[in-house]
Design a protein around this ligand. Structure first.
Ligand SMILES: N[C@H](CCC[C@H](N)C(=O)O)C(=O)O
Length: 278
């Protein structure tokens, strides 16, 4: 199997092009190939597939073998991949995901190189039951939640995949390993949840660290950055556009007041290409 190792701010993926549909063993392959000791090593396995409603379809498997409905960093990588390989000639393309349907992607190209990618991540889902959570509220803002004997307050947002945003004193030094795993599987979240720990620096800058559903601590999370911006607007702590600073770098997120869509802008990078027996 040929693959391209790519990342979005250090959130890394094994990208596979050429399949007509998701392989039946995609989940087992994800666990095997994402393993950082016995496999290639990555946060996820990403397939670029044909689509009936967009230029391409993206399916993403977390490193634990679970499938996610959406992945912000991966969709930027997919857009760069198809442009670099000449599968598209326009700098504006559409990519279908399970969680958000056909999404518009704008490539910022200079001298033939993809510099930045802006993705329309669609409308945030704020209804507690739809996210899904067990909380009957719309939106779910600043709700108490206990984990390992500690009480936090969270705001829940879905970007096609579920997110739990918690504000802490210092996200940069926060101990993800102690609290992330318990919150990921908290009974409030029937489909588990991605957990973001955030510190608002000012109305246009938030520090965020993430414990991802099905992948654990990653260097960046695109949908998590979107959820963090939406949550911060709901909590009145930022403007509707801001820089979200992750361990692997910065994403610029805007929650547009006119169309209610969230727009994410950031980098996408190729590390190497390879072949592996599967
Ligand atoms: N672990 C996530 C999928 C990857 C999301 C993240 N890597 C991103 O960039 O949005 C989930 O199970 O919902």
């Amino acid at each position: 199997m040929e693959f391209t190792k790519m990342h979005g701010l250090g959130n890394d993926f094994i990208v596979v092009y050429g399949e007509q549909e998701l392989p039946l063993n995609a989940s087992e392959l994800a666990v095997r190939l994402c393993n950082r000791f016995f496999g290639i090593g990555a946060d996820g396995l990403v397939y670029i597939l044909p689509s009936d409603v967009a230029d391409f379809k993206m399916r993403i498997m977390n490193s634990d073998g679970s499938e996610a409905e959406q992945c912000g960093n991966a969709i930027r990588c997919v857009a760069k991949y198809v442009y670099d390989h000449g599968y598209v000639t326009e700098d504006k393309i559409t990519i279908e995901t399970l969680g958000a349907g056909a999404q518009q992607v704008q490539l910022q190209v200079k001298d033939g190189n993809v510099e930045k990618v802006t993705v329309d991540m669609g409308e945030p889902m704020l209804d507690g039951v739809q996210i899904p959570t067990t909380i009957q509220a719309n939106p779910v803002v600043n709700q108490p939640i206990d984990a390992n004997g500690q009480q936090f307050h969270f705001t829940a947002v879905s970007m096609g995949n579920p997110h739990c945003v918690i504000y802490v004193k210092d996200a940069v030094s926060f101990d993800l390993g102690t609290w992330g795993p318990a919150l990921e599987v908290h009974p409030y979240f029937p489909k588990k949840v991605n957990v973001e720990f955030a510190t608002v620096q000012d109305r246009s800058h938030v520090d965020m660290r993430v414990w991802e559903r099905g992948a654990g601590p990653t260097l960046a999370c695109g949908t998590g950055a979107c959820a963090t911006l939406v949550s911060s607007v709901l909590n009145g702590t930022t403007d509707r556009s801001a820089w979200i600073s992750l361990k692997g770098g910065d994403l610029f997120i805007e929650w547009n007041e006119d169309d209610n869509h969230v727009y994410m802008t950031g980098l996408a990078s190729v590390v190497y290409t390879g072949k592996i027996e599967v």
